[in-house]
Design a protein around this ligand. Structure first.
Ligand SMILES: Nc1ncnc2c1ncn2[C@@H]1O[C@H](COP(=O)(O)OP(=O)(O)OP(=O)(O)O)[C@@H](O)[C@H]1O
Ligand SMILES: [Mg+2]
Length: 231
């Protein structure tokens, strides 16, 4: 237990320290370029700007994730339930993320049959789950394909995010939904995303799981949300 806590603190600290160190480095770079006169200041300026932007974003994301998981785990989080269509959520997310996918040479396709039932759930939270699965698919896939699909089962709606990326071995498949678990410690991220997804799906009484044929074979993340009888 103590060891687990130590590892956890080490991982979180690492995750927060890296972007802070990069931000400091960018500020140093900028100060040095100011001292050496005008030449090169604007080139340095845009490099510094990019480093600052990326790392502030990374820091904000990690802090938000850590706060989100502790709120969810406290059990105090109240769901804001409404009736909505998963189609709209998926399309909105893809519009927002398609640029990030394109940068990595990944093509995103959406496969949604017509007439999917509406669901009663917390829209922002379901948005967070789908966005996170797509974020991972983009992160762990190079020059590949990402498919998002959904189908109605007799008593649930099933959503699938599939990629042709690096895939998962047996151990990783078992552990991905654990808080702070990452297969490689160097990869960007705090390893909380899927733990948040699992928590959100579970408070909606759904299930979430992953399928993969192994390393290099892509992966398929799926979750279900029960369809209320009184829709
Ligand atoms: N689509 C995927 N393909 C291959 N491996 C994946 C995929 N999604 C998740 N993983 C593995 O599961 C681990 C945990 O994922 P999770 O989303 O919880 O954390 P993260 O993406 O590393 O960091 P964070 O989401 O907190 O920014 C990843 O580090 C990676 O090893
Ligand atoms: Mg993630």
């Amino acid at each position: 237990m103590e060891e687990l806590k130590d590892n956890l603190i080490r991982d979180v600290t690492h995750e927060l320290k890296t972007p802070v160190a990069k931000i400091e480095m960018a500020i140093d770079m900028f100060e040095r370029s100011l001292k050496t006169g005008n030449e090169g200041v604007s080139k340095r300026g845009s490099q510094v700007h990019e480093i600052l932007r990326n790392n502030i974003g990374r820091l904000k994301n990690s802090i938000k994730n850590i706060l989100d998981i502790s709120k969810l785990e406290s059990g105090m989080e109240l769901l804001k339930i409404s009736l909505f269509s998963v189609d709209d959520v998926v399309k909105q997310i893809v519009r927002e993320m398609v640029a990030a996918a394109t940068v990595k040479g990944n093509a995103i396709t959406i496969l949604l049959p017509t007439g999917l039932p509406m669901i009663r759930a917390d829209r922002d939270k379901i948005y967070q789950v789908v966005a996170h699965l797509i974020d991972n698919a983009i992160k762990f896939t190079e020059q590949g394909k990402i498919n998002i699909s959904a189908r109605a089962l007799p008593d649930a709606l099933e959503v699938t995010v599939e990629d042709t990326g690096r895939g998962l071995d047996e151990e990783t498949k078992i552990r991905v939904f654990e808080k702070f678990y990452k297969e490689t410690s160097s990869a960007y991220g705090s390893g909380i995303g899927l733990a948040i997804c699992k928590n959100i799906v579970q408070i909606h009484k759904g299930k979430i799981w992953v399928e993969s044929q192994g390393k290099g074979m892509g992966s398929r993340f799926k979750f279900t949300l029960p369809l209320a009888e009184n829709r």
